[in-house]
Design a protein around this ligand. Structure first.
Ligand SMILES: Cc1cc2nc3c(=O)[nH]c(=O)nc-3n(C[C@H](O)[C@H](O)[C@H](O)COP(=O)(O)O)c2cc1C
Length: 184
């Protein structure tokens, strides 16, 4: 297995249900994958959490550890935040680190860890004035945000959950974080 570690951070939007296949694709690219979830995403995947830990070979995490507990994961060489909900994008941009994954992704900016984000939002959410500001803030902080042409294009239906997860650009996202296996 590669010694290059990818933190895959997923929040609660329908492409989340492809995460096992995405982990396998990332491993085929040469990554050791650590899966982090928002608490809501962990609730959606409750039945699969044990299997996902076996698949990655690392504990699946959705909560901060307790003071004094050792870090359960190797350090990250890259972070992929996908699918990134409206909530998670805005929390991250605003520095509201109430969830474990947003906290680690926020620190990742400060540590200069190469980070890619792929929103998953509908056309109504993106009309909220904060959304464009959040994308601009994250890009300005060095995050590669795959949003718009060539990345994620907002779901046309105005209700969450109505978009087609099959068209979510997972492969584009993995290509953007790179293929460490190609260099070893
Ligand atoms: C079936 C379903 C589909 C959803 N799809 C989306 C979505 O595509 N994008 C989004 O931003 N929120 C979506 N939501 C709402 C989020 O799950 C909700 O805002 C949640 O609080 C996000 O929390 P998190 O960012 O901590 O995961 C959906 C909710 C449900 C029940």
């Amino acid at each position: 297995m590669s010694n290059r570690t990818l933190y895959l951070f997923a929040s609660a939007a329908p492409p989340l249900f492809d995460v096992a296949r995405v982990i396998e694709d990332a491993q085929a690219d040469g990554w050791d994958v650590c899966l982090g979830l928002t608490p809501t995403a962990a609730r959606w995947l409750a039945e699969s959490l044990d299997g996902l830990a076996v698949l990655t070979g690392n504990p699946v995490r959705w909560e901060y550890g307790l003071p004094g507990q050792p870090d359960l994961w190797p350090p990250a060489d890259a972070i992929l935040v996908a699918p990134a909900t409206f909530n998670t994008v805005n929390a991250w941009a605003l520095g509201l680190t109430g969830t474990f994954v947003v906290g680690v992704a926020a620190e990742g900016i400060g540590k200069g860890i190469p980070t890619v984000a792929v929103p998953c939002v509908n056309a109504a959410y993106v009309r909220h004035p904060q959304f464009d500001r959040s994308i601009e803030t994250l890009r300005g902080a060095g995050v590669t945000v795959l949003y718009g042409e060539g990345g994620f294009v907002p779901n046309q239906p105005n209700q969450p959950g109505q978009g087609d997860p099959a068209v979510y650009p997972w492969r584009v996202a993995l290509d953007a974080v790179g293929h460490p296996g190609a260099h070893v």
